[in-house]
Write a protein that binds this ligand. Structure first.
Ligand code: 5AD
Ligand code: SF4
Length: 474
């Protein structure tokens, strides 16, 4: 009988992709997926360390498995990813029944490590070198990327796929754990990326989402030739079958004109840019060591608006960072108010041991103040998102249809022929409408009749429409 694998993934798109690759490697060993831990022979958590909350969730999930391990001692329990790299043996101490700890750079070893445990080899741990535990080259090598294996069945839709173009980060923002758990910034060779994208396109994938912690810092040198992010976009645009290319997450300082021009000129390139500002106050940005001032960020936004006027821009903000005063927070509100981001992801600062922020500055903004600032900023952003979605009402947008909507999944209608579907515009706006299963994977014109802050509601346009009617360029 096939072995059963339960895998739970938290965190960013990198983790979603990593889990896809781990599943692919275990399927090759004959594993099948299960959606409950009771049936599973192997239980894996692919973890995140960006905020304390993400770690707490995993430790409580592990806590719930203590009894399962007592009654079924042969179940293999593993912790993968960023928390594995950060906490290492501490995980064995806090949850002694864990069998496996694997950092993001060793995920390709998971099948062998599980085989070792099953052969009686006891608990296994494989992690990368820390940022001070060797030469740059040794550390880079210890963060090996693991990308050629793909399993289309693991993707939420066969029409979209993540493609990693970089790993790691060298920016060392003071609040952020990523550079220590994901290692040095390394760009993948363009030839590898192109082969992967071509393969995905030949399997029917229509949209690829390029991933990197600072994706627009992509740069690959071969002899005297340097491939920049804009060059990569040009090459990827030439792949037949691919309709859309997106990329996340951008670093404000690396938003160069050649990249913006490529986004404007390449029809397959989504007019959507996620460029986190993190704060609107210079003194906070300085303590965060973001490497830019708010004037620099505004200048970048002006360049985006002048080169790609129809681009949707989204941002991330951290509220309650060390020493953030009410005036600092008001400066962040001012930025959000004036820039009218399509959307903002807002986080309460969470101190991460091992970061320079934790060493240098006290986490001195009280939790209730963080909460209030979070709510205020979110409320302001929601009003902006809702107001800015209203002009879509009465217009048509082109939507790449991804699959059943969340509502149809909740209502159990996701398997029916007629169902509510969801997809996105070229500007990454979510559109929900009633449709038919066979429309999944198609790009169709949808007429919008309602909108809230996060969703446009529409209906499929059945008559033929010429491209000139797609007036909003969404
Ligand atoms: N606390 C809160 N938010 C954080 N982020 C990164 N580190 C922290 C932290 N220590 C946020 C940033 C980043 C997003 C992915 O997570 O806003 O852009
Ligand atoms: Fe973290 Fe800053 Fe790197 Fe983004 S750029 S991953 S916030 S260190």
């Amino acid at each position: 009988m096939a072995k059963k694998l339960y895998i739970e993934t938290v965190g960013c798109q990198m983790n979603v992709l990593d889990s896809e690759l781990v599943v692919a490697s275990l399927r090759k060993q004959g594993y099948e997926l299960t959606d409950n831990t009771t049936d599973a022979d192997t239980i894996l958590f692919n973890t995140c360390s960006v905020r304390q909350h993400a770690e707490d969730k995993i430790y409580s999930a592990l806590g719930r498995l203590k009894n399962a391990k007592q009654t079924h001692p042969h179940k293999v329990i593993g912790v993968l990813g960023c928390m594995a790299q950060k906490d290492q043996r501490l995980i064995f101490e806090r949850a002694p029944y864990v069998d496996l700890i694997v950092g993001p750079g060793q995920l390709h070893q998971v099948p062998d490590l599980i085989a070792g445990i099953e052969a009686g080899g006891g608990p296994q741990m494989e992690v990368s070198l820390g940022r001070k535990e060797g030469s740059r080259q040794q550390i880079e090598r210890s963060h090996e990327s693991f990308d050629p294996l793909r399993d289309a069945a693991m993707r939420p839709t066969p029409y979209q796929a993540y493609v990693r173009i970089m790993i790691g980060c060298d920016k060392f923002c003071t609040y952020c754990i990523v550079p220590s758990v994901r290692g040095p910034e390394q760009s993948r060779p363009p030839s590898e990326i192109l082969i992967e994208a071509q393969k995905l396109a030949s399997e029917g994938c229509k949209e690829i989402i390029l991933l990197g912690q600072t994706v627009n810092s992509y740069r690959y040198k071969e002899g005297d030739r340097t491939t920049r992010m804009s060059d990569l976009l040009v090459s990827l645009s030439e792949i037949d079958g691919l309709e859309r290319i997106k990329f996340v997450t951008n670093y404000p300082k690396d938003m160069t004109d050649d990249l913006l021009t490529a986004v404007r000129d390449l029809p397959k390139c989504a007019k959507y840019l996620h460029v986190p500002a993190q704060s609107g106050s210079n003194s906070v940005l300085e303590r965060m060591k973001r490497g830019y001032s708010i004037e620099d960020y505004r200048e970048m936004m002006e360049r985006i608006r002048s080169i790609v006027p129809d681009a949707a821009v989204t941002s991330d903000f951290i509220v309650g960072f060390c020493g953030e005063t009410e005036d600092d927070f008001q400066l962040t509100c001012k930025l959000v108010h004036e820039q009218r981001f399509k959307n903002s992801f807002i986080f309460k600062y969470s101190e991460r041991p091992g970061t320079r922020g934790a060493d240098l500055f006290p986490d001195d903004v009280p939790e209730e103040v963080k909460k209030r600032r979070n709510n205020e900023l979110l409320a302001m952003q929601n009003v902006i998102s809702e107001v800015d979605n209203q002009p879509f009402i009465g217009r048509q947008v082109e939507v790449l249809i991804e699959g059943p909507s969340k509502a149809s999944e909740r209502q159990g209608t996701a398997d029916s022929e007629q169902l509510q579907l969801t997809g996105r515009t070229m500007c990454d706006r979510i559109v929900v409408f009633d449709g038919n299963r066979r429309q999944i994977g198609q790009t169709l014109p949808i007429a919008i009749y309602d909108a809230n802050a996060h969703t446009l509601f529409g209906a499929v346009v059945t008559q033929h429409v010429g491209p000139e009617l797609f007036s909003l360029g969404a």
